[in-house]
Design a binder for this molecule. Sequence first.
Ligand code: ZN
Length: 277
Amino acid sequence: MEKKIRVLIAKPGLDGHDRGALVIAQALRDYGMEVIYTGLRQTPEQIVAAAIQEDVDAIGLSCLSGAHNELFPAVTELLKTRGADDILVIGGGIIPAEDVPFLESKGIRKIFTPGTPTIEIARYIERAVYERDGIPLEQPIEVEAIDHIGIAVRSIADCLPFYQEKLGFSLERTETVEAQKVKVAFLKAGNFHLELLEPIGDDSPVARFIAQRGEGLHHVALEVRDIDGQLRRLETAGIPLVDHRARPGAGASRIAFLHPKAAHGVLYELCEKKAEH
Ligand code: ZN
């Protein structure tokens, strides 16, 4: 199982602006981390107590008031006292470059200055936590099953008799996925699914596929859990992706395609089904 990294974002001291902290918190969530935000004007004691209680991997401190040289080391000191200095501490905010070596000497792992891309912060935290825990960063993704095989057809209506009457598939549902400009029919036999894809409009990717290669096998959909985490693993491993972020697929699923050049000509879809309640 992929480790869910937990991060506490905290605003120590008196400054009353947390736009930046909220942006970071959201970016880390989008990256797949669990983020707890303490709110404004927290004391180092409150921050450390919350970090231990929430069992976080990392604390992100943000300070705009100029008091970082007191507040940040107070947090790392308290963590040490409480035996929780395996929690990584990073900092950001308005911090002059000349203060960075001092803060680093006090156990703040890294200071991010304004304008650092949020993805860089997320990757840094991920790397540092994985390193601390001895988890290799490059891991294969975890596939649960083949969810379905996608077949490009000119007309669903024309090929339904073959699938239903000759192969014994039953039609589960049809759906139009406007974003993909396709009409989709889900067929089922046993616990196996086929997805027939019929283009709506000449600018549909499936229309282009048929124009170039004719009707036939279009993609293989692999069922995964935590599609965001799996995509990140592939990204980390340098696998070319069509979709760097999951997007809505048929049946309230979330999907993403790998680039066929990543897979020797096969188009793979990752598919995370809607959680069943
Ligand atoms: Zn599909």
